[in-house]
Each structure stands twice: as C-alpha cells, then as structure tokens.
Design a protein around this ligand. Structure first.
Ligand code: SF4
Length: 449
C-alpha cells in the first residue's frame, strides 16, 4: 500500500524551505501522497528517504511500455478517475487480433491493413498501436512461425497469447529487443512466467477471473520486483468486465491499493458476434478504463470512430489544442489572393483551412495566437480584439506578400469591422466573412469572381 501524507512528511527534511514550490513540507507530502507531484521536486530529501519514498512517488497505476522504437507505446501512469479532475496521461492502445489458424494470405492482408491505417485529425496522427497474435490452433510450431512472420512484416508492438509456456519463453527470448507483451501468467504457471519476464525483460499479463486471483498474482510479481505487468481480469462478459475495470481503477486511485495499480487489457473481440457491437463495447472500455483494447479488425468503419473517440477522451482539458501563429498558405496563393484571419484553436484552424481547400480558391490564412481559444471565446476574453489584431497584422509580414489590403474576418465577430479598420489604417478594409465554416467555399468563390 502507498504511504499516507503524514508518513511521507516524517521522512522529509521538515525545513519548510519552499524550494519545491509548496509553502511547507507537509503540503508537499500531501501532494506527493496524492500522486500530484514528483519526489524530485524536493532537492533536499536524503538518499535513504528517497528510496523509501520511491514507492509513494509512483503513480497509482504503474507505467508499462510495450514494444521498442518509434512504434512503442506506453500505458498506465494514470492519477485520476475522471478526465476533468486533471487529465488522463497515456491514451489506451488499440491492438488488432490475428488467430494463428488464419492462412498466410489472410495474415498478410490484416498486417497490411494495420500498417496502413493512419488518419490525420486536428494535427494529430491516429493509428492502430499493436497486433495481438493468439495461439488458437494450440500448435506451438505454427504459432512460432506466424509470430516470426508477423514480426518481419510490421514494426507494431506485439501481444503474444499462448497457453504454451515453452513457446512463449522461446519467442520472448528471440524477440526480447522488441519487448512483446506476453499473455498470460496465471496461478498455475506464475513461477515459470516470472522467470521468463526476469530473463527477457518482456512485460507480462497476469490473468485471473476474480479479484482474489489478481491479488495473489500481483503480490507475487511485486515480491519478485516485476513492474512491467498488465492485468487481464474477468470472464469476457461486458457487464462484469466493465465493473471490474471500474473497481480496479477506483481501488488503485482512491484506496491506493498498489496490487491493483496496473494497466489492463480487455478483449471486445471475444465479447461480440459482429463488428458494430464490438466497436460499441470497445468504446465503453475507452471511457472506463481499458489500457489495451483488442479488436478483431482495423476496418475503417469500426476503427475510425474509436480512434476519434479516444482522441477526444485523452485530449488534455487543461491545454487547448493549438496551432502555431503564422501565415498559412493554402493552395499557392499570390499577391492578389484573399486574406483571411482566424484564431489558433486547432479545431477552428483545421475546419477553416479544410473549407478553404474545398473552395479551391488559393488564400492566405492568418492564424493569431490567442492561447488556443476559439474566435468567440477569444473575443470575449479580450484576446481577439481590434487593437491586438491590428498589431498582429502589422508584424505578421502579410503586407509584403500581398497587394490587396482587404482582410476577411469571421462572421461571428462582425462587430469588429469598423474599429479594426480604424486601427489598421493604411488603406485596409475589413470584409465580414460567413459565420459558419461550411459557408466559406461559396463565399470565397463569389468573392473572387
Ligand atoms: S523543498 Fe523539500 S525541504 Fe523544502 S519545503 Fe519542499 S519538501 Fe520541504
């Protein structure tokens, strides 16, 4: 169990020097116990106390890294039950399952699909994170061949599922540099699994149907110093597994129970008869609280909504998504092309730039830094007002790029028109654009005709 704030306080220097940014050692200790600060914020803590406090300074859900290189992913490190309490730290991973009973051709098709699945949305790349290979055939030789084949066809991290410890151990040894996740340690094979994990450094899944099963397994891996572990609990029943996830997360975060403080893996692919139901179940585990979610396929109609939903859930609510303040050239504009302005809220930028592209009218799009707020919010906050817009226009360099002195502003801030003209002087006139982004293509076509 984690230490309480008072227990941590007893091990701190108690000088109240404030170097950690907190007014007292006690205040710092309370924040450390709640997992809201890192121990290294106190530069005066002794080495002895540091090692004792290391446990308390770890997040309630341990961090686990799967895979290697650019395609590796991290799960865990969560500190809160609800995103609005602070933020979620590491987004869940999506893994696509391959049964080793599939033909070579079918496997190649799935791998190609997974490798090629990639979408750009509001400046971020959305993709599938991993491939799960299931030794459904129970044929060790076949499983080995297919794992090696898949490993040669993709850089995605692998989840290897087999009840055959010998073959899992062999593959972990051969692929240890790729750090595959090994599924699964159970009450029956735990000692052998611990040896494999220690020998290879590969992360492991602990599998049990009940909380008692999981507790006995996580207790054992802790005694053996293994931290790279993921929990698989339940009977592949949606209702039960949904509550299991909530209980695990609540016990780890609210009760500070370290034995439940691991990321989890869930299997919607084993809970549904069809892809739509599977996607619905997967979306439930995106919210609560699957860390690795295994799907049966990466077909666009199933995976894309899940990727977008994950992006929404795991966006940090404290930091508006923003783009860089600069002049964006859309479609090779020239000195006579229209000039538009908007704010640097990512969603606003991507919607407007997308609609300008749709219009096929080359344009200059000025994006002004208002700390990632939308047009109306920034105006209401006094950040998108005539005086500041005029300052930005003058220093942006747009006057060197265009002959025109016409600036198109968003229709929602039409009231800025007169004052902005006064602020800009030097022949600028302000044109009020449409209120809705969807009207931009029609507006631009008429504007240049
Ligand atoms: S830096 Fe360390 S010693 Fe100083 S107030 Fe913070 S916890 Fe106490």
């Amino acid at each position: 169990m984690a230490l309480s704030g008072l227990e941590i306080f007893k091990k701190l220097p108690k000088t109240n020097c404030k170097d950690c940014g907190f007014p007292t050692c006690l205040a710092f200790a309370m924040q450390l116990a709640a997992g809201k600060v890192e121990l290294d914020k106190c530069p005066h803590v002794s080495e002895e106390a540091k090692s004792e406090l290391e446990e308390a300074s770890q997040p309630p859900i341990l961090k686990v890294e799967i895979g290697n290189g650019d395609d590796a992913f991290v799960v865990g490190e969560e500190n809160v039950l609800f995103r609005h309490d602070r933020t979620f730290v590491n987004q869940n991973a999506f893994a696509v399952n391959i049964d080793d009973s599939l033909s070579d051709g079918e496997i190649e098709k799935v791998i190609k699909k997974v490798n090629e699945t990639e979408y750009e949305r509001v400046g971020q790349i959305l993709k599938v994170d991993a491939i799960c290979i299931n030794n459904k055939s129970k044929d060790a030789g076949k499983f080995k061949d297919i794992v090696k084949k898949v490993s040669s066809l993709t850089l995605k991290p692998l989840v290897l599922m087999s009840g055959d410890l010998q073959v899992l151990g062999d593959l972990a040894g051969e692929l240890k540099d790729k750090k595959p996740l090994l599924h699964a340690a159970t009450k029956e094979n735990m000692d052998d699994f611990i040896k494999i994990s220690k020998d290879t450094g590969c992360p492991i899944v602990v599998r049990g149907e009940t909380f008692e099963d999981i507790l006995s397994l996580t207790e054992k891996i802790r005694e053996n110093g293994i931290k790279n572990a993921v929990i698989d609990i339940g009977k592949r029943d949606l209702k039960e597994d949904f509550f299991n996830q909530i209980i695990l997360r609540t016990a780890a975060i609210k009760k500070k129970n370290r034995l439940f403080g691991y990321p989890t893996i869930v299997f919607p692919n084993e809970m549904a008869e069809d892809s739509l139901t599977e996607a619905l179940i997967a979306s439930i585990f995106v919210s609560k609280y699957g860390s690795i979610i295994v799907l049966s396929n990466a077909e666009a109609e199933n995976i894309y909504p899940l990727l977008v939903y994950r992006q929404n859930i795991y966006t940090d609510p404290r930091q508006p998504m923003q783009v860089e303040q600069k002049i964006y050239e859309i479609g090779n504009p020239d000195e006579n092309s229209p000039v538009l302005i908007t704010t640097n809220f990512s969603l606003t930028y991507f919607i407007i730039s997308g609609e300008i592209e749709n219009s096929r009218v080359p344009c200059w799009l000025l994006v002004m830094d208002v700390e990632g707020q939308s047009v109306l919010t920034a105006w209401a906050a006094g950040k998108f007002i005539p005086e500041l817009i005029a300052q930005y226009i003058k220093k942006s360099g747009i006057e060197e790029k265009v002959k025109t002195r016409k600036l198109i502003i968003p229709g929602y801030v039409a009231q800025l028109q007169g004052e902005l003209e006064d602020e800009l002087e030097e022949g600028w006139s302000i044109i009020v654009g449409p209120r809705e982004a969807g009207e931009v293509p029609k507006f631009l076509k008429e504007y240049v005709s």
